[in-house]
Design a protein around this ligand. Structure first.
Ligand code: G3P
Length: 217
């Protein structure tokens, strides 16, 4: 499973990339707002750090305007993946951008039928929003499961990018179901390494090691 980080925070991206954990980055207009920077500059900075796909989202809602924005975003770097919303205009833009050989991430997916349409439009990635489905009292993971089955039934190549990930458990469940990618906020990504028994065990080993009086090397 690929790990993307869901942020436009350059410091966090650098840190996680240095750990060798990043396969890509996703951003959206809310994350750009949070970064305080301009979309073109922030996206360029991210693309200079991370080799994998960096999703940058169009903000137009009409097809030809989306295409204009996609051209601007695509010029930033070769690894920019154009993010479009799951609307008919977005799907039309997806097909057109894909025919030019550029990666497309279709976002704001909340149903299996929407995911089916995105695959038909040739999307590189489909982004089902797990946390936001959980927020309305429905199990978001069920959607990942349904999309996995549908894509496997027809051998669609669109990668399932589990988004709106809020907990470490979401990451585990997405991996068990077979999502191709998870995009995770930095704090949740870092929390994956934590286990109290790891801390306790390490403490014990270090204490015993100190008693041996030895040194390695
Ligand atoms: O990238 C979009 C997605 O991950 C948003 O997450 O937490 O705002 O629902 P959230």
């Amino acid at each position: 499973m690929k790990f993307f980080v869901d942020t436009a925070d350059i410091k966090e991206i650098k840190e996680l990339n240095d750990l060798g954990l990043l396969d890509g980055v996703t951003t959206n207009p809310s994350l750009i707002l949070k970064s305080g920077g301009k979309i073109a500059e922030v996206t360029k900075q991210i693309c200079d750090i991370v080799e994998g796909p960096v999703s940058a989202e169009v903000t137009a809602t009409e097809y030809s305007e989306m295409m204009k924005e996609a051209k601007v975003l695509a010029k930033i770097a070769d690894n920019v993946c154009i993010k479009v919303p799951l609307t008919f205009d977005g799907l039309k833009a997806c097909k057109a951008i894909r025919s030019e050989g550029r990666m497309v991430n279709v976002t704001l997916c909340f149903s299996a039928n929407q995911a089916l349409l995105a695959a038909k439009a040739g999307a590189s990635f489909i982004s089902p929003f797990i946390g936001r489905i959980d927020d309305i009292g429905i199990d978001g993971m069920e959607l990942i499961s349904e999309i996995r089955t549908i894509y496997d039934n027809y051998d669609f190549k669109t990668e399932i990018l589990a988004a709106s990930i809020r907990t470490v458990n979401h990451v585990k469940q997405a991996a068990l179901i077979g999502a191709d990618v998870v995009t995770v906020p930095p704090a949740t990504l870092k929390a994956l390494v934590k286990h109290p028994l790891t801390d306790k065990g390490l403490e014990q080993f270090l204490a015993d090691w100190a008693k041996t009086g030895q040194k390695i090397g």
